[in-house]
Design a protein around this ligand. Structure first.
Ligand code: SF4
Length: 328
């Protein structure tokens, strides 16, 4: 049995000071980190529990929302302002995990959860560059139905498991950080790394830094938005492909469009090529499919997941059809 120290922080200042003094890892709801410790993938010497910090959802001066990192996923999903002004976020959260896990999981922990690649968790029997850099990757050439088709590398083809982060990417969310060097902000779409040659470096988080909040800006596209998740069973399963999308249509033309994909890359994948192809266009299923095709042209599937390209195209077209009524 591995032992570790456990301390509970009452505020960010205390959390930072404990983490610095004891080289501690931050513990949110524990719905991923505790699993990783049980599997001997991570073995921190100390944990500083930040899950009891106040979970808050506040209006910002600019008309958006500031969501505290300790806020539970179920609280965000049920918040009336989130449901009315950012429905894709509420729907993405409700598509994730189970009710029990959503009641425990925090916003900060959701962002920092690690891949569910089965080879990553198979400590005794599989090679994994993310777990042991330089070891190899048994998912390449193995069972890779759930793996990436965009942005992967010869070192790692894992996907990011979060539903919430897909919506946050489409919403242009900003991650607020506090750390030994002070406070800073990072756009969510820049927070997670693609694997390259260093798949073990998953985010731009610096040593000792803690996610303090997520900020959402207001927009018409966020109000007219949705989330669609395709998976092997109807609940408690990770996405094969998911799509978060929002649209603003003015005078019959697409003025603003936000699209992000989940289940296809090591980070939430913002579909910028598809968005560019759609701005100024008249909503129509053929346009949606063409734009999705432009995005998925960069896909590099493996033996077990070639279906994801077509699935992603059709899911993008379906959700845009739902939002515009142009589904025929
Ligand atoms: Fe490890 Fe990434 Fe390969 Fe999975 S895909 S075995 S996480 S290196």
């Amino acid at each position: 049995m591995r032992t570790f120290d456990y301390r509970r922080a009452v505020d960010h200042t205390q959390a930072l000071s404990i983490a610095e003094a004891e080289h501690a890892r931050y513990l949110g709801g524990g719905t991923n980190l505790v699993d990783l410790m049980r599997q001997n993938i991570e073995s921190p010497a100390a944990l500083v529990d930040v899950s009891r910090l106040k979970g808050t959802i506040e209006n910002t001066a600019g008309g958006g929302l500031l969501i505290g990192a300790a806020t539970r996923n179920s609280v965000v999903a049920a918040n009336p302002v989130v449901r009315a002004h950012y429905p894709m976020l509420s729907r993405a959260l409700l598509a994730g995990a189970s009710a029990q896990i959503r009641n425990m999981a925090t916003v900060g922990g959701n962002i920092l959860q690690r891949t569910r690649c089965a080879y990553f968790y198979d400590v005794a029997g599989s090679r994994c560059n993310k777990r042991e850099p330089g070891d190899g990757c048994d998912a390449i050439g193995g069972f890779n139905r759930y793996h990436a088709i965009l942005g992967a590398s010869g070192s790692c083809i894992a996907t990011h498991p979060s539903d919430m982060c897909v919506a946050l990417a489409a919403l242009d969310a900003t991650v607020h950080l506090v750390g030994p060097g002070g406070e800073r902000k990072v756009p969510l779409i820049d927070f997670h790394n693609l694997p390259g040659e260093t798949p073990q470096i998953e985010t731009v988080l610096r040593p000792g830094e803690l996610i303090s909040a997520i900020e959402l800006a207001p927009s018409a596209a966020a109000v007219n938005s949705a989330y669609r998740k395709v998976r092997d069973r109807s609940s408690y399963a990770f996405a094969l492909v998911s799509v978060a999308a929002g649209l603003e249509v003015v005078d019959g033309k697409i003025k603003d469009v936000r699209i992000a994909l989940g289940g296809v890359a090591a980070k939430p994948w913002r579909a910028v090529r598809a968005e560019e192809a759609l701005r100024g266009e008249t909503p129509a299923r053929e346009r949606f499919l063409e734009a999705a095709g432009a995005e998925l042209a960069a896909a590099r599937p493996f033996d077990g997941n070639a279906f994801k390209s077509e699935l992603a195209k059709r899911t993008i077209a379906a959700i845009l059809g739902e939002l515009t009524g142009a589904s025929a």
